[in-house]
Ligand binder design. Structure first.
Ligand code: F6P
Length: 349
């Protein structure tokens, strides 16, 4: 078979491990040919691609990012987009596509399925907010990077008796904040799923600093918001951004700075902010992410040869399974509130 591969949306450590697994498994088990489309759906629309060989994939597993490039191009942004996709696939004799992406890339895959495009999905995102799978690759790496950063922030916070706000990624879901906050022993973890009461946060920090703690780490997801009211409006103004991507998502970032200013003003404690931003997405994947990405890649090739189109490979109870792409993109997988409240919550304050 001739298999097309693409990586779409924000990049993520482990993408190259999936590409490598698809190419090597396809070639060695089935004699498949692999074609990599450049920059996600953009490469399919513009018919830009490169042949992928075992040789091309040598030593790419530890490399961050994606050798194919990525973009947030949406083929459904124009009326003739889906037809352009079909034309490219026909021109290149592609028998099946392996689309590696998050909610947007796989949302496109789901809609293209209705146009007869044979696609198997592979879930990726550092945010871990894709439904259908317990974990996406890239998440473990991002959590490790954020935890390392919190460990470093702690020593400088302690030396200066400061509050340090650490803003992490997580547009709709606070998985990175919850896991890295727990692992790093944060005093506060603020996530998009649970709007926070700023006065209550200030009270808890004041109480903490009145005891024998004179510094605090506050971890906040980029998508976290205060409870509705004046604080929510003020935070919204502080981080308003007019730029949206082709899927309509506003560019986030800035809630951490707003929070640090407010905490300093209201508590009198000196506060600083560190926004981890794209550092969380860059660099080499952890061993866990390499192994998960490899398992996903091998399973995607099996899905292609079984004709399991319209499905996504997923991790459930330690096993790699297939779930309908439609299920994966139907809703965002938000943080498990039992973990957030009943486990992480025990150690806050
Ligand atoms: O990949 C998901 C994500 O990391 C979000 O948490 C974040 O809002 C977004 O990507 C930012 O992506 P970019 O700046 O590359 O558009």
């Amino acid at each position: 078979m001739r298999i097309g591969i693409l990586t779409g949306g924000g990049d993520c450590p482990g993408l190259n491990a999936v590409i490598r697994a698809v190419v090597l498994t396809g070639e060695s088990l089935h004699g498949d040919e692999s074609i990599g489309f450049l920059d996600g759906w953009k490469g399919v629309l513009q018919n830009t691609a490169e042949a992928l060989s075992v040789e091309r994939c040598r030593d790419i597993m530890p490399i961050g990012g994606t050798i194919l490039g990525t973009s947030r191009t949406n083929p459904f942004a124009t009326e003739d987009g889906p037809q352009m996709v079909l034309s490219t696939l026909a021109a290149r004799g592609i028998d099946a596509l392996v689309a590696i992406g998050g909610e947007d890339t796989l949302g496109v895959a789901n809609r293209l399925g209705a146009h007869g495009v044979p696609i198997v999905g592979v879930p990726k995102t550092i945010d871990n907010d894709l439904a259908g799978t317990e974990v996406t690759f890239g998440f473990d790496t991002a959590v490790q990077i954020a935890t390392d950063a919190i460990d470093r922030l702690r020593t400088t916070a302690e030396s200066h008796h400061r509050v340090i706000v650490c803003e992490v990624m997580g547009r709709h879901a606070g998985w990175i904040a919850t896991h890295a906050g727990m692992a790093g022993g944060a005093a506060e973890i603020l996530v998009p799923e649970v709007p926070f009461d700023l006065e209550a946060v200030c009270e808890r920090l004041t109480r903490r600093h009145a005891g024998n703690q004179f510094s605090s780490i506050v971890v906040i997801s980029e998508g976290a918001v205060p409870v509705a009211g004046a604080d929510a409006e003020s935070a919204q103004r502080a981080r308003a951004s007019s730029s949206v991507d082709p899927f309509g998502h506003a560019r986030l970032g800035g809630i951490g700075s707003w929070l640090a200013d407010e905490l300093e003003r209201r508590t009198g404690f000196e506060a600083r902010v560190t926004t981890l931003g794209h550092v969380q997405r860059g660099g080499t994947p952890t061993a866990f992410d390499r192994v998960l990405a490899t398992r996903f890649g091998v399973a995607a090739v099996a899905g292609v040869h079984d004709g399991a189109f319209g499905t996504m490979v997923a991790l459930r109870c330690g096993e790699i399974v297939r779930v309908p792409i439609a299920v994966a993109v139907a809703e965002v997988k938000t943080v498990d509130l039992a973990l957030y409240r009943d486990v992480a919550g025990v150690f806050l304050g």
